[in-house]
Design a protein around this ligand. Structure first.
Ligand code: HEM
Length: 489
C-alpha cells in the first residue's frame, strides 16, 4: 500500500483516522500530519523537537554516507552545512546571480524557439531539466552546458532520477527492518552504485576546481570554490564537499524542472487560461521585451497559475520527513480535537518519523472547493511569494506546503521560485502551447518512489507573434556583451 503512490494511501487513512495518526513499519513508528495548524505547531513552534532526520538506510546511510544537509541528523554538522549552503541560496545571494537565472531562462526559450519551428513535436522535459541543471551547475561549479547533448546533462538527470527511484520516505522496507540491511539486495546495490557515481561526478568536478585554484588559474565564484576556501577552517573533508554539492544537484534540478514540466503538460489542456495569462502579459509587459521578476506583482493571474500548479502537482508530496528527537505530548489544537479518531493529547514518541502529508493538505475540501479541479482563480487574492507565505502567522493562509516547514524548510526556495517564474512567464509570453492530436498528454504522475514528474509527453509550441525571435535574440545579445553563454574551459 505504501510502495506505489503512498500519498494516496496516506490521504485515504487521513480521511478515516484524522489529521494526526501513526503507522508502524517494521521497527519504525511514523506520525502522519495532514493539517496545516498541526504541521505548524509541531514543525515550526516546536522546531527544537521536530527538526531531526531519521538516518534512513538507503537514502542517508548508503547514498549520502551520513553527510550533506538533507539527510544529516539535527546536529552541529547539519548547522555547518546548512550555513554554507545558505551562503549561496539566501535571497541576497540569489540577487547577486539573478542575471544567471535570467540568462538560462532566455537561453531555454531560444532553444525551444529554434527547435519548434514548422510544428516540430517537443518534449519539454530535457529543456526544463537543462535550464535548472545549468542554474545549479553555475551556482555549484561556475560552469554551464551549451546544449542538451553534452554528456553531463544526461548523467546529471540520470543521477537525479535514480535518486528519486531508490529513495522515498516509506517505500523501502530495508529502511525499517534492520536484519534486511545486512543481506544483499537490488535496492542496496543500486544505492551503493548511485553514491559512487555522485561522488565520482560531483566530487570529481570539485577536484578539478581545486587543481585550478592550486595552479593559480582564475576560477569563477561558486559553492565549490567557497567550500575549498573554507575547507580547513570548517574542517570539511572531500566526502563532505561532494555530498553537500550533490544536495544542490539532486535537490535543485528535478524539483524545479518538475514544476516547469507540469506547467507545459497542463497548460495545453486549458487554452482559455493560457489566453487569459497571455492577455495579462500583453497588457503589462507588451511584446517588445521579456517578463522579469519585477513584473510579477503586476501579473496576478500568471502568479496564481504557478501557485495552482504547485498545489495540484507538488513534485514531492511527502517531502523529506522530520524526526522527533524527544518524547512529546501534543495537546494544543482544536483541529485534532475536532476529529473523532484523533486522541488528544497525542503522544509522539522519540524517534518517530514525522511525515508532512501535503497531498491531503493541498486537497483539503474545507479550504479548496472542488480540490481536484485545476483552477488558478483560487489564488487570485494571494500576492505573496511562496517563500514569504511559508512564514505567515496563520498556517491556514499559507499558499501550499511544497517547500516543507520549520528549521529544515527548503533553503533553495528563493532560487526555485525565481527560476519557475522566469520559465513560466516567458514560455507564456513567447508561445501558444498546444496538444498534438494523436498524442494526448497523459497527466498520470510519474511513479517514482519519491518524485512526481509527468510521464514523458510532447507538445507543439507556436510563436505567439512575429517578433518573438527578435526579442529573444536581442536579450541574448545583451548577455553575450556581459560575456555570458560562453562555456568555461
Ligand atoms: C520546486 C523546487 C523545490 C522543491 C519543491 C523543494 C522541496 C524541498 C522539501 C520539501 C524539502 C524538505 C523540507 C523539510 O524538511 O521540511 C527540501 C529541502 C532541501 N532543499 Fe529543496 N526544493 C526545491 C528546490 C530546491 C533548490 C533549487 C535547492 C538548491 C540547492 C534545494 C535544496 C534543498 C536542500 C539542501 C534541502 C535540505 C534542507 C535541510 O535538510 O536542512 N531545493 N526541499
Amino acid at each position: 500500500m505504501l510502495t506505489h503512490y503512498p500519498e494516496l494511501t496516506l490521504d485515504r487513512w487521513a480521511r478515516k483516522y484524522g489529521p494526526l495518526y501513526s503507522v508502524r513499519l517494521g521497527n519504525q513508528p511514523f506520525v502522519i500530519v495532514s493539517d496545516p495548524v498541526i504541521a505548524k505547531d509541531l514543525l515550526v513552534n516546536n522546531g527544537a523537537v521536530f527538526s531531526d532526520r531519521k538516518e534512513m538506510f538507503i537514502k542517508s546511510q548508503t547514498i549520502f554516507l551520513g553527510r550533506g544537509i538533507t539527510a544529516t541528523r539535527y546536529n552541529d554538522r547539519w548547522r555547518k552545512h546548512r550555513r554554507i549552503a545558505t551562503l549561496w541560496l539566501n535571497p541576497k545571494a540569489v540577487d547577486r546571480y539573478a542575471h544567471v537565472l535570467d540568462f538560462e531562462a532566455t537561453d531555454m526559450l531560444k532553444a525551444l524557439y529554434d527547435n519548434s519551428k514548422k510544428g516540430a513535436h517537443i518534449n519539454p522535459q530535457t529543456y526544463a531539466g537543462r535550464c535548472s541543471l545549468n542554474n545549479m551547475l553555475t551556482i555549484a561549479f561556475g560552469f554551464r552546458t551549451a546544449s542538451i547533448h553534452e554528456p553531463i546533462v544526461a548523467e546529471a538527470l540520470r543521477l537525479s532520477r535514480e535518486f528519486m527511484n531508490t529513495t522515498g520516505p516509506m517505500a523501502n522496507l530495508v529502511d525499517f527492518i534492520p536484519v534486511l540491511q545486512k543481506l544483499p539486495s537490488p535496492i542496496k546495490t543500486r544505492g551503493q552504485a548511485l553514491s559512487r557515481d555522485l561522488v565520482a561526478t560531483y566530487g570529481g568536478l570539485i577536484k578539478d576546481i581545486d587543481t585550478k585554484m592550486k595552479q593559480g588559474v582564475p576560477v569563477a565564484d561558486c559553492l565549490a570554490k567557497t567550500m575549498l576556501e573554507m575547507q580547513e577552517e570548517e574542517s570539511l573533508d572531500d566526502l563532505d564537499m561532494a555530498i553537500l554539492v550533490s544536495a544542490f544537484l539532486i535537490g535543485g534540478v528535478e524539483t524545479t524542472a518538475s514544476v516547469m514540466q507540469w506547467f507545459t503538460a497542463l497548460i495545453p489542456a486549458y487554452p482559455h487560461m493560457q489566453a487569459r495569462a497571455q492577455a495579462e502579459l500583453d497588457r503589462v509587459v507588451g511584446r517588445t521585451r521579456l517578463p522579469t521578476p519585477a513584473d510579477e506583482p503586476h501579473l496576478p493571474y500568471c502568479h496564481a497559475l504557478i501557485k495552482e500548479i504547485e498545489r495540484r502537482h507538488n513534485p514531492f508530496w511527502l517531502g523529506t520527513p522530520h524526526m522527533a528527537s524527544e518524547d512529546f505530548v501534543y495537546t494544543n489544537t482544536n483541529t485534532a480535537a475536532d476529529h473523532p479518531h484523533t486522541p488528544t493529547p497525542a503522544r509522539i514518541r522519540k524517534g518517530s518519523v514525522v511525515v508532512l502529508n501535503t497531498y491531503s493538505m493541498h486537497h483539503d475540501a474545507s479550504r479548496w472547493a472542488d480540490p481536484l479541479a485545476f483552477n488558478p482563480d483560487r489564488y487570485l487574492g494571494d500576492a505573496t511569494l511562496s517563500s514569504a507565505s511559508a512564514n505567515l502567522g496563520d498556517a491556514r493562509a499559507r499558499d501550499h506546503w511544497m517547500f516543507g516547514a520549520g528549521r529544515r524548510v527548503c533553503p533553495g526556495m528563493w532560487v526555485a521560485e525565481r527560476e519557475i517564474w522566469l520559465a513560466v512567464s516567458r514560455l507564456l509570453w513567447a508561445f501558444d502551447m498546444v496538444q498534438i492530436e494523436d498524442k494526448p498528454i497523459d497527466l498520470n504522475e510519474y511513479d517514482g518512489l519519491s518524485g512526481r514528474s509527468p510521464v514523458p509527453f510532447e507538445i507543439v509550441l507556436r510563436e505567439r507573434f512575429g517578433g518573438v525571435g527578435e526579442v529573444i535574440e536581442r536579450e541574448l545579445g545583451g548577455f553575450a556583451e556581459m560575456g555570458m553563454g560562453v562555456k568555461a574551459e
